[in-house]
Design a protein around this ligand. Structure first.
Ligand code: IPE
Ligand code: IPE
Ligand code: MG
Length: 263
């Protein structure tokens, strides 16, 4: 019988993350200063391309390496969950050409990178709305999810066709239907039980919300989950970002005092 590669005693052995090309190592911080869940608004691809006289799509292509590097860096520093905003429910407003490119691009990246992610022990999870999402992308997302479902090192939420308001609306509709079917009592609904109606009920609350490109807004990303997130906006365009950008944001996060309403 052929022994399965990367399995030891029936358990999967994860490949360690690849160090950054400069050899730089993560900042020394206490475990409690490391955010468990980091939300990434990967913004600035178009501006990056424009600065170089390239088509906007070249910026999206260049951004692939940034996310990959951040996954390695997140594992190195001990982040448990990363949520990457890859396509918002509002991004359908872009030109048909750019929408087509982004759909095809997301599909290809998932196909090309899923084995590397699997070897690292990354659990890929799709977070978003099914309606309107291209079936080829959905298929690829589900395959990557299936392949990596037992992994434990890091959860990578691929937020494709995601919008915070869409998520709340879809939850409201599902709750109303369950109430009509007498499956739930409206008065006994709690924050915890509402959570079960979100796209990914297992998702942790966001600790650190990081946006590149200098824009200071959430653009409808993880609004429920980020209610108490620390916001960090960095002046770097997404294709220029890498694990060092993530670590810098974590150092800023480590300096913050989180109160959660307490005095
Ligand atoms: C982010 O970069 C990528 C997606 C929204 C898919 P943009 O395409 O928004 O780049 P800018 O903001 O125009 O520079
Ligand atoms: C947010 O960026 C969405 C993603 C990164 C996928 P946008 O570039 O779409 O957001 P706005 O339009 O500047 O708010
Ligand atoms: Mg943008």
């Amino acid at each position: 019988m052929v022994k399965k590669k990367s399995k030891v005693g029936g358990r999967k052995k994860n490949t360690p993350p690849t160090p950054h090309r400069t050899g730089v190592t993560p900042p020394k911080l206490d475990a409690k200063q490391i955010p468990n869940h980091v939300a990434l608004v990967m913004d600035g691809n178009g501006r990056w391309a424009k600065q170089r006289g390239l088509a906007r799509t070249a910026g999206h292509e260049a951004g692939e390496a940034s996310l990959l590097d951040m996954v390695h860096g997140a594992i190195e520093i001990g982040v448990k969950e990363l949520s990457a905003y890859a396509f918002s429910t509002e991004n359908w407003r872009r030109s048909p050409e750019e929408v087509k490119f982004l759909m095809e691009f997301n599909r290809q990246v998932l196909r090309k990178r899923r084995d590397e992610m699997n070897d690292l022990g990354v659990k890929i999870r799709w977070v978003g709305r099914e309606k309107r999402l291209w079936s080829g992308v959905l298929k690829e997302l589900k395959e990557a999810q299936e392949l990596t479902k037992n992994n434990k090192v890091l959860t990578l939420n691929m937020c494709v066709n995601y919008g915070g308001r869409a998520e709340m609306l879809d939850a409201a509709v599902a709750i109303a239907k369950d109430a009509l079917k007498k499956k739930i009592k409206p008065d006994s609904l709690s924050e915890k039980s509402l959570n079960k109606y979100l796209y990914a009920p297992q998702m942790r609350d966001v600790d650190l919300f990081l946006r590149s490109s200098g824009e200071q807004r959430t653009s409808n990303f993880l609004m429920w989950q980020s209610a108490y997130a620390e916001m960090v906006f960095l002046d770097v365009l997404w294709p220029d970002a890498d694990r060092r950008t993530l670590w810098k944001a974590i150092e800023i996060y480590a300096e913050r005092e989180r109160r959660f309403g307490k005095a």
